[in-house]
Design a protein around this ligand. Structure first.
Ligand code: IPE
Ligand code: IPE
Ligand code: MG
Length: 248
């Protein structure tokens, strides 16, 4: 099916997921299959990022969250980490204007203190340039892990309790969510992971409690907007019950 046909089917089906998150995986395998260095897979992965942003805009998805670099990924060889940081700066240089034209607001979520100064300044430039974009919010999760995010939120709230700013009784799901990086955002409706891996790898552990999962066999560098549309169609077939019983 072509891209317009898939989009038409999505529209006929109804319910578009408001928030789609993607674990972009398989760059290294893509490169290995071609006897190329891993960095070549990461570089090609940038075209898949553009594909997914364009596809999400076409489908009317409000929030797209991309897992770009995990806390654990810092333990990869230094050369690979440097290559990934370089690509991130390149992404900012290449895509900021386009994202702004497309009215996308970019947020970079994670432990940004761990980034080197020039990469941090670069992502800050992208977030300030695109601030206020109304068409879609793009979250780039960088130096991010779900457990670290949960601990950070706990620490924040414990400090507020200790200082008397927050009463212990007010420490509930709602206030806790306000202390997460995803403050104010709905949880992902759909989580896609590419390259046939059936695990979360420390991604958005709190937020995915009731998220629908879609595992795609395509390696991330080959991911196209059609793959995104197929994932949305799969999502539209799901019966989301949230622990309750479906009536009728
Ligand atoms: C995903 O591709 C990109 C990052 C995690 C930064 P990988 O680099 O994990 O590729 P594989 O899983 O080794 O194929
Ligand atoms: C998850 O992929 C992290 C990102 C996509 C950024 P990994 O390749 O790091 O995860 P594992 O090692 O296969 O679990
Ligand atoms: Mg991987």
């Amino acid at each position: 099916m072509t891209s317009p046909e898939l989009l038409e089917r999505i529209r006929l089906h109804g319910q578009i997921p408001r928030h789609v998150a993607i674990i972009m995986d398989g760059n290294g395998r893509w490169a290995k299959q071609r006897s190329l260095p891993r960095a070549a897979g990461h570089k090609k992965g940038m075209t898949a990022v553009r594909e997914s942003v364009e596809g999400a805009l076409d489908a009317g998805i409000e929030i797209l969250t991309l897992f770009a670099f995990s806390t654990e990924n810092w333990q990869r060889p230094r050369s690979e980490v440097l290559a990934l940081m370089g690509l991130l700066r390149r992404y900012v240089a290449k895509e900021t204007r386009k994202l702004k034209e497309q009215d996308c607001e970019v947020h970079v979520l994670g432990d940004l203190d761990a980034l080197d100064q020039s990469t941090r300044e670069s992502v800050e430039y992208m977030t300030s340039e695109t601030a206020g974009g109304m068409a879609m919010r793009l979250n780039l999760m960088i130096s991010y892990s779900g457990r670290a995010e949960i601990l950070r939120a706990c620490r924040k709230m414990m400090e507020q309790v200790a200082s008397g700013e927050l009463a212990l009784e007010e420490f509930d799901e709602e206030t806790f969510e306000g202390a997460l990086f995803t403050e104010g955002l709905p949880d992902p409706d759909l989580l896609i992971r590419t390259s046939d891996e059936f695990r979360l790898s420390n991604f958005m552990l709190w937020q995915v409690a009731y998220t629908e999962l879609h595992i795609a066999s395509v390696l991330w560098p080959d991911f196209s907007r059609e793959d995104l549309f197929r994932a949305v169609l799969d999502y539209q077939e799901r019966d989301r019950r949230f622990g309750r019983v479906t009536v009728g």
